[in-house]
Design a protein around this ligand. Structure first.
Ligand code: CDP
Ligand code: MG
Length: 752
């Protein structure tokens, strides 16, 4: 039996244990008050006719013009530093251009004040109490949306979540008072599905447009149309690179405002030979800087959470030794990546530590970050940048139908942005861990827009829901390859989200309500038919957060032993479900879940966030009238039902066994794949479905569950239509045998 003992105790409490998200949900931020606090200087402002001088005076006042509360001392301190930012000098120029144009392109170096200041300039001119509409500012990254919203709430001297809020997938921190909303580009896109004109907003600011994320590209195309329908809507496209003509041209030759950069020279160093191990090289370089270079903080770019945490640990250990043995100053090391909890993110803005003793060598901080620190977040005080030249990038292969995150070389443009981070406050140095020749000859100029590197199934579904009828003529800045588009349409058709004419089906419409990939959404929607929607909610939530199992390099064996406690022989999905049930048991008994997770090598953070995600998905299920049901736990079909429900979403991600732990995917340029080492699957299954195809030097499938081929024929007959099968011959024969067996069985049943 694969169920942990805690499970049964937990079962009784099943529906009571949701995270607190529902109770915290505070509506969507429209309908704020049209009344200003008494004596507010804004009362004399005329919408879209204000001046910078008027705004300065209002900002200088004793009381907050939006809330009427007295301004704090912190407010005035920050105000002083805000007025040193490069954009400040151009506030009037900005307003002039803003007031006379509907669309505006705004470029400026990272750190010039675009993200924090421009939305505030807009609020002071849009006057939400008059327009009764919000100002939105999109960010490609969740972390940036959250941390910038916090910063701007401080700058405006208001509580985060009230006048200034943020909205990211699975978390809405806004209220009826919200007038300025930072949000991920993906969230604005989701909102647009129900509000095709984005009518809640008077101005939309697309920030970090140069990043060219999938959602930003789609938003640009939508807004290009919406601005024609809604002359009152303003659009600002902000970008960190000076390559802005492309945006101008795309947006009907919109005017451009450029803030001159304020950067110091950065000296660039290359390695004479290529690095064998870039992480090792990076650690060595950081230590050399700390031991030998003058005062100033260090920023090291790496690729992902695990690598970053690992490296932070190693650097800290080495620094401790250095401090013991030499006269080096102290150094604090901070990680920075997308899923870092907010209170830890905020720490990167802490000051460097003071010298160990009076007159000793100064301390410094070292931030080890993903691409987030490239343009999204500005950290003052960075003087040294260490750039190994890699980042994790999404790659899509439409032939294999595989989308994966791969550690890949960055572009020249990225390398330049990274180096620029060193010259913010004084002249800096950038250490590139690659040769100058490699930089010149091997790096591509620009990173390709995400839309050219993605599976578009989700996007196509969203566009259909957004009412875009003619996908071919939808005016994208860089249209994707027709093959990728075809693949997406085909996939959605197999999932029954689009009919044979390419029209949105009822199922497709329902699926688009979930902030999930279509396959996950379809699986969730089908799950009541399999009497396991409660369980599928949990599994879907677990698949939507980062890996819940922790496996530290030095403690692999211990971690694996702990994982074995939760192991389900039929595969990883059910193992994860066991973990979640046990986790909920711990929570419901009021035990210390953090300690419990630590002891069992589980991520408390990711499990808690799965719990939140689950609560939200549950809300959507309820709103959409989908039943929440479970099979009786003692019923022999309890796990079978779950595995069958998995097939309804993942029938296109199935592999058939060739030999021990070696499988072969079925259609679409069938590939040989290995079970990922993390896979617990123990029972011998000839057919498995997988959540993820991992491309490294070998191909792996990860998060795998055993299934029966009968289920494929029964639950996905169109995809597994034997007569039109164009995949492997032996698979066709195997499927045919299964079909014959099913027919014989049915006949026997019918005959008696
Ligand atoms: O968007 P852009 O890169 O042009 O600049 P920004 O994000 O508006 O940052 C302007 C300045 O605000 C930075 O140089 C920081 O000094 C400050 N800032 C901060 O102190 N804390 C934050 N969370 C964000 C910005
Ligand atoms: Mg910015």
């Amino acid at each position: 039996d694969s169920k942990p003992a805690e499970y049964n105790k937990y079962l009784a409490h099943w529906e009571t244990g949701d995270g607190g998200w529902d109770s915290k949900y505070k509506g969507n931020g429209s309908g704020f008050s049209d009344r200003l606090p008494k004596g507010s200087p804004l009362a004399h402002f005329e919408r879209r006719k204000t001046t910078a001088k008027q705004a300065f005076e209002a900002e200088n006042g004793d009381n907050n013009p939006f809330t009427g509360e007295p301004h704090s001392q912190q407010y005035f301190n920050i105000l002083k530093s805000r007025r040193n930012l490069p954009v400040h000098k151009q506030r009037q120029e900005f307003l002039d251009l803003y007031q006379k144009s509907q669309i505006l392109v705004f470029v400026g170096e990272t750190g010039s004040g675009k993200t924090t200041q421009i939305p505030q300039y807009v609020v002071y001119d849009e006057l939400p109490h008059l327009s009764r509409k919000l100002v939105a500012c999109t960010q490609p990254r969740r972390v940036a949306a959250m941390s910038v919203a916090q910063r701007v709430a401080d700058e405006l001297d208001v509580t985060l979540g009230e006048e200034v809020g943020y909205s990211i997938r699975f978390e809405d921190k806004t209220s009826s008072k919200t007038m300025l909303k930072y949000m991920t580009d993906g969230m604005l896109l989701r909102e647009a599905m129900h509000d095709h004109d984005m009518s809640r907003y008077s101005c939309i600011i697309l920030d970090e447009a140069h990043e060219r994320t999938l959602a930003t590209d789609i938003l640009m195309a939508l807004l290009k149309q919406i601005t024609r329908r809604r002359p009152d809507l303003k659009l600002i496209v902000m970008s960190a690179t000076l390559d802005a003509q492309k945006f101008q041209r795309y947006f009907y030759d919109a005017p451009l405002l450029a803030v001159p950069g304020r950067t110091f020279p950065v000296e660039i160093f290359y390695t004479p030979e290529p690095e064998k191990d870039y992480v090792e090289g990076a650690i060595r370089t950081v230590l050399q800087i700390h031991a030998g270079e003058d005062e100033g903080d260090i920023l090291l770019f790496l690729t992902g959470e695990e690598e970053i945490e690992d490296t932070c640990r190693k650097i800290s250990l080495e620094v401790d030794e250095l401090v013991r043995e030499t006269d080096c100053g102290p150094m604090t090391v901070y990680p920075l990546y997308g899923t870092l909890p907010p209170h830890q993110q905020q720490k990167i803005f802490d000051l460097a530590p003071p010298p160990l003793k009076k007159g000793g060598r100064p301390g410094r901080k070292c931030i080890v970050s993903t691409n987030i620190a490239e343009t999204s977040l500005t950290i003052d005080g960075i003087v040294y940048v260490v750039d190994p030249g890699f980042s994790k990038q999404k790659i899509y292969n439409p032939r294999l139908r595989v989308e994966s995150l791969l550690v890949s070389p960055i572009s020249k443009a990225s390398a330049q942005q990274r180096a620029g981070r060193a010259g913010r406050t004084k002249p800096g140095k950038c250490f590139r861990l690659y040769t100058e020749k490699a930089f010149k000859e091997e790096l591509i100029e620009q990173t390709y827009p995400e839309i050219l590197r993605s599976n578009l199934a989700n996007t196509v579904l969203e566009l259909k829901k957004l009412g875009v009828v003619d996908l071919v003529h939808f005016d994208l800045m860089d249209p994707p390859a027709p093959e990728t588009m075809m693949r997406a349409l085909e996939e959605l058709n197999y999932l029954r989200c689009l009919d044979d004419e390419g029209e949105l089906t009822a199922l497709g419409g329902l699926a688009s309500e979930f902030p999930l990939d279509p396959s996950l959404a379809v699986m969730l929607i089908s799950s009541p038919e399999f009497y396991c929607s409660n369980e599928m909610l949990s599994i879907t939530a677990l698949l939507s957060v980062p890996q819940i199992f922790v496996r530290p390099a030095q403690k692999r064996r211990e971690a694996d032993e702990m994982k074995n406690l939760f192991k389900h022989n039929d595969g990883d999905h059910l193992t994860m479900l066991n973990v979640y049930h046990a986790f909920k048991g711990v929570l419901n008994r009021g035990e210390d879940a953090r300690t419990w997770c630590h002891k069992h090598y589980l991520s408390f953070r990711h499990l808690s966030s799965a719990d939140n995600v689950r609560a939200q998905l549950k809300r959507i299920m309820e709103t959409q009238g989908l039943r929440l049901v479970s099979t009786d736990f003692n019923d022999k079909n309890y796990y079978i039902n779950i595995r069958r429900a998995l097939v309804t979403g993942f029938f296109m991600q199935v592999a058939k066994k060739e030999k021990d732990r070696v499988y072969r995917t079925l259609k679409d340029n069938s590939q040989q794949v290995m079970l990922h080492p993390s896979t617990v699957l123990q029972t011998e299954y000839d057919w498995v479905l997988y959540n993820e195809f991992v491309m490294t030097s070998k191909h792996y499938i990860r998060t795998v569950t055993g299934i029966k081929p009968e289920w494929l024929l029964e639950l996905a007959p169109a995809y597994y239509d034997i007569d039109s099968w164009d995949g492997q011959k032996d698979v066709k024969l195997a499927l045919k045998a299964v079909a014959d067996k099913m027919r014989r069985r049915a006949a026997m049943k019918g005959g008696h």
